[in-house]
Design a protein around this ligand. Structure first.
Ligand SMILES: [Mg+2]
Length: 126
């Protein structure tokens, strides 16, 4: 099961953690430090799944999500939010995220969530 993940987060520590964790699981992982960088990567090749931070300077996660959906309406996105950002989560749900996790997240839980979504997606397309 080879899936391509895109990790979008302005914090290098988070990008590094998720890169290492998912590489180890056998995924292809790309990282982006901003919404703009994420859009550039999504335009070149749509990843199977996008893990996206909500709070980023410049273009935030919600704005980036809107732009990604314009490029590909069926993009699969997991949003990473801070505790208590329920309004933003509700709005992101309307735009079409698949799941969200609250920071600080449990990496094992996130692994399971990603696995579940990737398997559902692979099951859909073939
Ligand atoms: Mg952030």
């Amino acid at each position: 099961m080879k899936a391509n993940l895109l990790v979008v987060d302005d914090q290098m520590g988070v990008r590094r953690l998720l890169y290492e964790a998912f590489k180890e699981e056998g995924y292809e992982v790309e990282v982006a430090a901003s919404g703009h960088e994420a859009l550039e990567k999504v335009k070149i090749a749509m990843p199977d799944l996008i893990l996206m931070d909500m709070k980023m300077p410049g273009m935030n996660g919600l704005e980036t999500l809107h732009e990604i959906k314009k490029i590909n309406d069926s993009a699969v996105v997991i949003m990473m939010t801070a505790y208590g950002e329920l309004e933003i989560v509700a709005e992101a749900m309307k735009v079409g995220i698949k799941e969200y996790v609250t920071k600080p997240f449990d990496i094992n839980e996130l692994r399971e969530t990603v696995k579940k979504l990737v398997m559902a997606q692979k099951g859909d397309s073939n």
